[in-house]
Design a protein around this ligand. Sequence first.
Ligand SMILES: Nc1nc2c(ncn2[C@@H]2O[C@H](COP(=O)(O)OP(=O)(O)O)[C@@H](O)[C@H]2O)c(=O)[nH]1
Ligand SMILES: Nc1ncnc2c1ncn2[C@@H]1O[C@H](COP(=O)(O)OP(=O)(O)O)[C@@H](O)[C@H]1O
Length: 228
Amino acid sequence: MPSDTSSTRSAHDEGNALDRRGLMLILSSPSGAGKTTISRMLLEHDPHIRNSVSCTTRAPRPGEVDGRDYHFVSQDQFDRMAEDGEFLEWAHVFGKSYGTPKAQVKAGLKAGQDYIFDIDWQGTQQLYQKLERDVVRIFLLPPSIEELRRRLTGRGTDSAEIIAARMERARSEISHWDGYDYVVVNDDIEACFAKVKQILASERLRRARQTGLIGFVRGLMEPDDELG
Ligand SMILES: Nc1nc2c(ncn2[C@@H]2O[C@H](COP(=O)(O)OP(=O)(O)O)[C@@H](O)[C@H]2O)c(=O)[nH]1
Ligand SMILES: Nc1ncnc2c1ncn2[C@@H]1O[C@H](COP(=O)(O)OP(=O)(O)O)[C@@H](O)[C@H]1O
């Protein structure tokens, strides 16, 4: 048995990052369904998870911060990064390029760091093909198409033309819902957040992620001297 059993136990109970391999929590949804809102709530609530900051060629929205929400790059910079193999995956969405930088995430996962990915279904498929064992896929649905339109309009960040393009694409994005492990309807935001937290807590406890348990379990199985 490890000498410091109590600290080992409490570390496991809290899903402590040092005891296990990190996981990749993917949140996808049609634009406006609420994945950015849920990601931000999770990042505020949970010190063990970080945002994987994507590169994009789209313009920043009011309130978005370069390096926090996205790395905003030119098309030339993006193409060079893609050619140099700096992305884990990348895709064209709404006529712009979006990509997940490789370096930070790969090292982080090994060190037990969890990451949130706010990426579309194309990126989700690519990440799943490459890193299946680390990926947890959640798809958020709006309670109705009318509510989706209200949210896109109410967000106040996009022109009528861009909102129309996003609504146009919503149905085809929703058609990929069955490529996800979990599907959550984002009607009431607190109820949706509670479900996402529940999924994360359970996924952290999967045996395959609990690399720190191996030594602990071996200790439990050692012959007990007192029993002879
Ligand atoms: N494949 C891929 N998709 C991304 C990445 N970053 C963002 N996206 C997706 O691109 C789409 C547009 O994102 P954005 O312009 O922020 O609009 P939003 O969906 O309304 O927040 C969304 O479906 C995002 O999930 C990425 O690195 N890779
Ligand atoms: N459950 C909800 N109820 C009402 N409004 C919501 C809910 N979830 C998100 N919103 C709002 O809808 C808009 C779009 O949400 P956002 O998180 O930006 O979506 P996405 O990142 O999927 O495009 C934002 O103004 C956000 O505050």
